[in-house]
Design a protein around this ligand. Structure first.
Ligand code: HEC
Length: 330
């Protein structure tokens, strides 16, 4: 049956926690608790905040004091210090412990709490530590290859184009989800973005990673866990006519997308770094990019910029509209 990738951002695990009861907490089991229940909002990397502050070195830290993160007044003035008992009562019910906090979580299982607290004690760093230097740009990956793109219609692991494949038939022959079991579908994980803008994208999946757009931001997450791999934000160079972000195209380690201000850009799929950019539509003459790019065995193509107010034959998710060659110069 047709399996469409989810349209908006979502999810966190409802996995049962089979952690062994352990008075002092089991850090290994706690890592799993963290990944399932906390990682959608927190990292344990120094200097990298998500929706919540980085929890690197949180053990022993004074609450609400990590430089560079904007806490609620409730947290900033709570006067708490994150030792184990304080973390335990906070995680049991955050809004009881710190009324007015922006983190509304209740971890009912005391074993899970003690495990995740044991795990947090292992992730050092501290607010005063130097941020880890940004690694050099990752090498380009190899796929998806021309052959993979040509056979995207039969591919049951990946979703390589907004409308599935070059024919745009959007269908994949999978049988795991049936009318009978559809009511049992449950969210597996949630990705929550720091970008509050529109998400008009059809997410693509390649090799276990999901790629999508939110405004001028491009995001890669683990498709199975929603854990963020990278986000990459395009700095607007022009006032956009419309905040269109119709998704991405993938080929040979490169991700291609149109930006709201009319640029076609290529990012490294491995780390989101910019490879090239080219202006192809001018908001000043009422143009915007109304569809995701289509990459072929040839250089990349995208839909002809749509003048605003003009009704087009193709929609954002159709590849039946005329295409213009628009510069791939790598
Ligand atoms: C839905 C998002 C979300 C989830 C899930 C979440 N948190 Fe938070 N967390 C936040 C936010 C937002 C803050 C900042 C709260 C504020 O300023 O009031 C925060 C703050 C914290 C703090 C205080 C840090 C500091 O620097 O003072 C701790 C500790 C914490 N979270 C631990 C956890 C743990 C452990 C989990 C998983 C069991 C978790 N959080 C799950 C969003 C979340």
């Amino acid at each position: 049956m047709l399996c469409r990738a989810p349209k908006s951002l979502l999810v966190v695990a409802l996995l049962a926690l089979h952690a062994p009861a352990h008075a002092d907490g089991d850090a290994v089991a706690g890592k799993t608790v963290f990944e399932n229940q906390c990682a959608s909002c927190h990292t344990v990397e120094v200097g990298k905040n998500g929706f919540g502050p980085s929890l690197a070195g949180v053990s022993g830290r004074k609450a609400g004091t990590l430089a560079g993160y904007k806490y609620t007044d409730a947290m900033a003035h709570s006067g708490l210090v994150w030792d184990s008992p304080t973390l335990d009562s906070f995680l049991a019910s955050t809004t009881v412990k710190v009324p007015g906090t922006a983190m509304s979580v209740s971890l009912g299982d005391p074993v899970a709490r003690s495990n995740v607290i044991a795990y947090l004690a292992t992730v050092g760093g501290g607010s005063n530590a130097e941020p880890t230097p940004k690694p050099a740009n990752a090498p380009l990956g190899r796929g998806p290859t021309s052959a993979e793109l040509l056979h995207a219609g039969a591919d049951r692991q990946n979703w390589l184009y907004a409308s599935k494949d070059y024919t745009g038939q959007r269908y994949v022959d999978l049988h795991q989800i049936t009318v009978a079991n559809a009511p049992q579908l449950r969210a597996q994980c949630i990705y929550r973005s720091n970008t509050a803008g529109a998400t008009q994208t059809s997410p693509l999946v390649y090799d276990g990673v999901m790629y999508f757009t939110i405004d001028q931001t491009t995001v890669a997450i683990d498709a199975a866990t929603c854990r963020e791999r990278w986000t990459s934000s395009w700095e607007l160079k022009d006032t956009p006519l419309s905040k269109t972000n119709r998704g991405v195209a993938l080929k040979d380690g490169r991700l291609i997308r149109g930006t709201p201000d009319g640029y076609l850009i290529a990012l490294n799929m491995a780390d989101g770094s910019l490879i090239w950019s080219r202006k192809i539509a001018d908001p000043k003459t009422s143009q915007y990019l109304s569809m995701p790019p289509l990459v072929t065995a040839m250089p990349s193509f995208t839909g002809r910029p749509a003048p605003t107010g003009v009704r087009r034959t193709g929609s954002a998710r159709s590849n039946s509209i005329p295409v213009n060659r628009s510069g791939d110069s790598t």
